[in-house]
Design a protein around this ligand. Structure first.
Ligand SMILES: Cc1cc2nc3c(=O)[nH]c(=O)nc-3n(C[C@H](O)[C@H](O)[C@H](O)COP(=O)(O)OP(=O)(O)OC[C@H]3O[C@@H](n4cnc5c(N)ncnc54)[C@H](O)[C@@H]3O)c2cc1C
Length: 451
């Protein structure tokens, strides 16, 4: 590798992890982050408080030798706890093996651990309070503000890695006709976070070990547990229209809406209407690019390259997988940054597009399809076929969440074939007993290559 120091913009989840992997390979790295040092200030709320971590992310944290620090923060979730409108609930397991679970983790704590490890264990030069104001691609020129003294300055160091998140200033410096050709597609739905505090004695007020969902067709509420005994609730719904964030414009309407659709949750949120009025509505969208790099000058990575909607719980996992892929290319003794970036793009671009599609599809599944008996029948059949055809039939959700060795694009392709098959096999029946399992396994075995 040529010995130039690397500048990473953004000490978020991706930038911090990447800086550790670079430092472990002896690459000199400086990280410039607009926020103040998280160790100096209390964490600001607003952005998703907890995240679902799964096997792709865990694999990258293990590679960077930081998983042991993160593990004590993790709360396992074995499946979706579906809360129906009549007040009943049912657990829909994510997988059928002991290790097939995902984990709720605090975004702020995870970020803090990564930043601390980068600086203290791996000697990364992390500079907080350094905000990129503008980027001029032709000259590779960054204009920054030092927020400690409001002074602005310029740097033109290369290579530059943009890990500055979904609203990346660096990506937005490129127009639609440029080589990067970025596009941002906003979902007409947004999200708002609320909280269920711990009950008496600090105990959880909902069952632990699950991600809770109140699917209501056009909108949904979800809850993930936090180590303090509280849950973070997120309401996803349209921004405009008859049932939307815009329509809930008074405390009375908020109370009435929650009482009508989420009656079991209302008593658990003591300050519902105040919190609803105070907390912002977050934006959701998908970022896609034609390319992620310009020669050896610049690479976009993580959300800056490919922000996705959060309904598969994969944005961070994908960003961590990006870091792992870069590290893998560096391990092959590739010496030239331009080649590293080009090889990275070749390996990950189709994967990022695939999980972006699957995440959008999953919104409909979470807010609606999970209530459909046919969906449950297909899921049960998929588990049965997985047992009969190990290494050949794996439910798509499991490929994405529990099989990091299967690229997202491959999971999407195989998932489509499997879905067609499941639809055919369950077309005229309504119970698993009605399926001729030997015949079903034979058909599935014939149309799917072993992995
Ligand atoms: C509601 C919601 C729920 C989510 N849930 C999940 C989940 O369950 N599982 C999952 O895997 N993913 C989830 N995600 C996605 C996940 O949050 C992102 O994919 C992940 O944070 C991407 O990491 P990143 O480092 O690329 O970007 P970020 O984490 O956004 O980090 C970007 C960093 O760059 C800094 N920065 C930005 N602009 C500048 C600038 N001009 N100058 C200097 N620094 C700058 C920021 O301050 C930040 O520190 C969710 C997202 C949302 C919105």
């Amino acid at each position: 590798m040529d010995s130039k120091p690397v500048n990473i913009i953004g000490a978020g989840l991706c930038g911090s992890l990447l800086s550790i992997l670079f430092a472990r390979r002896g690459i000199e790295v400086t990280v410039l982050e607009r926020q103040p040092d998280p160790h100096d200030v209390p964490v600001a709320g607003g952005r998703s408080i907890n995240l679902a971590l799964s096997s792709r992310g865990i694999r990258a944290l293990q590679l960077a030798d930081v998983f042991e620090d993160v593990e004590p923060l993790l709360l396992p979730m074995r499946g979706r706890m579906i809360h129906h409108e009549d007040g009943s609930s049912e657990l829909q397991p994510y997988g059928q093996r002991e290790h097939e679970r995902i984990f709720s983790v605090s975004r702020a704590e995870l970020n803090r651990i990564l930043a601390r490890a980068a600086r203290e264990r791996f000697g990364v030069d992390l500079r907080f309070g350094q905000k990129v104001l503008a980027y001029r691609p032709e000259e590779s020129l960054l204009t920054l503000e030092n927020t400690h003294n409001s002074e602005t300055y310029e740097i033109s160091n290369k290579p530059l890695i943009a890990a500055d998140g979904a609203g990346s200033v660096l990506r937005r410096a490129f127009g639609p006709d440029s080589y990067i050709s970025p596009s941002e597609s906003l979902l007409p739905h947004g999200y708002k976070e609320l909280a269920i505090p711990p009950g008496p004695g600090g105990r959880f007020q909902l069952a632990t070990g699950a991600l809770h969902i109140w699917p209501r067709g056009g909108f949904m509420l979800i809850a993930l547990p936090n180590p303090g005994g509280d849950f973070t609730l997120t309401l996803f719904m349209p921004n405009e229209g008859p049932t939307s964030f815009a329509s809930l414009d008074s405390a009375a309407k908020v109370q009435a809406f929650f009482s009508q659709h989420f009656a079991d949750v209302v008593p658990l949120i003591p300050d519902l209407s105040q919190a609803f009025a105070k907390n912002p509505v977050g934006i959701l969208g998908t970022v896609r690019c034609q390319h992620w790099h310009v020669d050896s000058d610049l690479l976009l990575i993580g959300d800056a390259a490919h922000a996705i909607v959060p309904f598969h719980g994969q944005g961070m996992n994908l960003a961590f997988e990006d870091c792992l892929v870069i590290d893998d290319i560096l391990a092959s003794r590739e010496k030239n940054w331009s080649n590293v970036f080009a090889r990275f793009e070749k390996r990950q671009l189709a994967n990022a597009n695939a999980i972006a599609d699957m995440a959008l599809e999953n919104y409909v599944e979470m807010r609606d399809t999970v209530r459909d008996p046919k969906y449950l029948l297909r899921k049960a059949l998929a588990f049965e076929l997985e047992q009969r055809l190990p290494g050949q039939f794996i439910p798509r959700y499991s490929m994405v969440m529990f099989h990091p060795e299967i690229p997202y694009a491959e999971a999407q392709r195989r998932g489509a074939r499997q879905q067609t098959l499941l639809e055919k096999l369950t077309a005229n029946i309504d119970s698993l007993e009605a399926v001729d399992m030997d015949a079903a396994a034979k058909v599935a075995g014939d149309c799917l290559q072993p992995l």
